[in-house]
Design a binder for this molecule. Structure first.
Ligand code: BES
Ligand code: ZN
Ligand code: ZN
Length: 495
């Protein structure tokens, strides 16, 4: 069963409430802060009259309820099926509205409901609240039973922009999740490329898919991907530019996004251990999913920038054609690399993508997104992606956007002193940066990638932690979260 994407909308709530305002609603969420109801008196009176209830009395009766973010009590009416959800908005920060949204969304998950939330008080709150309401409803499975529910979330029509924007973010995050959840017996590199083609066609994006001899210069992508004869590697290049506005605009900023798209990571000859780590590795293309769907979002929002997106698609299999520890490969820019541990395949496919971007695409901003290292998860757990960049000002911007969208980042240092870990006796670099025992696997992986970005303004997001959730909770389902779609889209919208 693949659940339908919730519909978002708005309703006129300012002014005098009428019966029309409540039509077709199954739930209405009313904000409560410090035990006080935060809606206009005439609204409160109207609801109390219509539903024959006393809201203050209900709050008093629920002794534990104070209005902390995410506390919800349900009040049933004596006169009609409409349910009132008294909803704690905490301090009324965007983060509170996001948390509350996920709890409200989960309350009605799996039903056919239309919920009007009066909780958000500004555009940003409306955006994150709607995102959370909708995304907490995500389910994915391949059970043969069919079920179709249709869920709708509404806010005040003062926030129309947030509604349109959120619908795009919800749809694209949803689709990224669908790709990540798809098992790897279905999800080959070719399959992902076909999904990208479909999305490109629907959203007037340019697309080219290359494989075989056309990717001869991508030594990293080939070395990893040729481990699978059945599912060979491919390289997808997608391009977006805005519809002509008619007016002469100055040169648009060019963003190049590069995504790690390992459709399954066995570790290769250096087989992944412990073995139960391997079952999660269908999600090792979450970076590619994030950059693909962020590009779709940019098109849907008609952002005033240029985007070129590269998907580095390969399966890291174990076979007679798999690369070996001690092999030396040559990347797109001519850099030679001594392969140490074939489970560090992500940086090998990304190196080609980054070098291609630097040498062929003249990006103003070069961003890569990858489930790159277990070390990033060790350092930051699942709530933050590790961001590496030399551009501290932009890092702050990413941080700001991460905090309100929920796709949070933590800037990590590119420690120059550790760069000697990349030395090799027989090639330009050794690929796992294992010299001199520096540890810091996420940092040294970033230093490796930096060798391929030339002088570009570069941002590396190691999303090994937040790309996957261990539990079905908050905005996230168990499994692929779609991390990065919201962060990248909002970031590009603000360039
Ligand atoms: N895909 C993994 C990283 C990963 C681990 C993602 C756990 C999500 C959850 C990556 O290809 C990998 O195996 N990295 C190795 C690198 C090491 C061999 C230098 C790692 O992090 O252990
Ligand atoms: Zn690996
Ligand atoms: Zn991997």
């Amino acid at each position: 069963m693949i659940s339908a994407i919730p519909r978002l909308g708005s309703r006129k709530v300012k002014g005098t409430p009428t019966d029309q305002t409540l039509i077709n609603l199954t739930h209405i969420a009313i904000p409560v802060q410090n035990s006080k109801i935060q809606i206009e008196v005439k609204w409160k009176k109207f609801l109390e009259r219509r539903l024959a209830i006393d809201l203050d009395k209900e709050i008093k009766a629920a002794k534990e309820f104070t209005g902390k973010a995410g506390e919800v009590i349900e009040v049933k009416s004596n006169t009609e099926p409409l349910k009132i959800l008294l909803s704690g908005v905490g301090e009324g920060k965007s983060e509170d509205l996001r948390k509350l949204g996920a709890i409200l969304g989960r309350k009605i998950k799996g039903s056919s409901a239309t919920l009007l939330s009066l909780c958000p008080q500004d555009e940003q709150q409306a955006l994150v609240h709607l995102n959370a309401l909708a995304l907490s409803n995500y389910t994915w499975n391949l059970k043969s039973s069919k079920k179709s529910e249709s869920i709708e979330f509404l806010v005040s029509d003062e926030f129309k922009r947030a509604v349109t924007h959120s619908q795009v973010l919800v749809e694209t995050t949803w689709q990224a999740r669908d790709l990540i959840h798809t098992p790897s017996n279905i999800k080959s590199p070719k399959w992902v490329a076909a999904q990208a083609r479909k999305l490109a066609k629907e959203n007037r994006l340019g697309i080219s898919v290359k494989s075989g001899r056309e990717i001869a210069k991508f030594g990293g992508l080939r070395a990893v991907g040729n481990s699978s004869k059945k599912n060979p590697p491919c390289f997808v290049e997608i391009s977006y530019k805005p519809k002509k506005s008619g007016t002469k605009t100055k040169r648009l900023p060019h963003v190049v996004l590069v995504g790690k798209g390992i459709t399954f990571d066995t570790g290769g000859v250096s087989l992944k251990r412990p073995y139960d780590m391997m079952t999660a590795m269908k999600t090792d293309m979450a970076g590619a999913a994030a950059v693909l769907l962020a590009t779709v979002a940019a098109a849907k929002l008609n952002l005033n920038i240029r985007v070129t997106t590269l998907l580095m698609l390969a399966e890291n299999a174990l076979s007679a054609t798999a690369q070996r520890p001690s092999d030396v490969i040559e990347h797109f820019d001519g850099t030679t690399v001594e392969v140490i541990n074939t489970d560090a395949e992500g940086r090998l496919v990304l190196a080609d993508g980054l070098a291609y971007a630097d040498l062929k695409l003249s990006p103003d901003y070069l961003v890569d997104v990858a489930t790159l290292t277990g070390a990033a998860t060790l350092g930051l757990s699942r709530h933050f992606a590790a961001l590496y960049t030399r551009d501290d000002v932009m890092a702050k911007k990413f941080n700001e956007i991460g905090e309100y969208t929920g796709d949070r980042i933590w800037q990590m240092p590119l420690v120059d002193d550790y760069a000697i870990a990349l030395e090799s006796e027989i090639a330009d670099l050794n690929h796992t940066a294992d010299k001199y025992d520096f540890e810091a696997g996420s940092v040294t992986a970033a230093l490796f990638l930096e060798r391929f970005v030339g002088k570009r303004r570069w941002f590396h997001l190691d999303i090994a932690g937040p790309a996957r959730s261990e539990a079905d909770s908050g905005e996230n389902p168990k499994g692929g979260t779609g991390y990065g779609v919201r962060l990248l889209t909002e970031w590009m919208a603000q360039l």
